[in-house]
Design a protein. Structure first.
Length: 119
């Protein structure tokens, strides 16, 4: 399944993974999220309500383009720069950016984005 993230006349297309965490995110869509920059490597946002992470697959390498939930905080993010090269068990994989990653890299201020299912 694919999700479109729209903000400031830009579109980011994300291929969502087939897992329980992704299914919960997809069930919230369409929705607007307020994103901010974190650590100069990722854009993060909070959910309107907590998701159940009990059965969520944990662990991924934090590379540019990966969409995730950070388990300790329960928030969602997308890396626009590589963060590491080893498995991080605090990350729950949701999907991967297919196109438009450059728009996340160049967005310097906080922004609202609409996420909606396209396929």
């Amino acid at each position: 399944m694919k999700v479109k993230m729209s903000f400031n006349n830009n579109e980011v297309i994300i291929n969502m993974y087939d897992n329980p965490a992704s299914e919960q995110v997809i069930a919230l869509l369409p929705a607007e999220f307020h994103f901010s920059d974190f650590a100069g490597e990722e854009k993060i946002t909070n959910f309107s309500k907590p998701l159940s992470l009990d059965n969520a697959q944990r662990g991924m390498v934090a590379t540019a383009g990966k969409m995730f939930i950070y388990a300790p905080w329960g928030n969602m993010g997308i890396f626009y720069k590589d963060h590491g090269h080893t498995m991080d068990k605090s990350l729950i994989p949701l999907g991967e950016v297919e196109s438009g990653l450059e728009y996340l890299r160049s967005q310097k201020s906080d922004f609202k984005a609409k996420l909606e299912i396209i396929k």
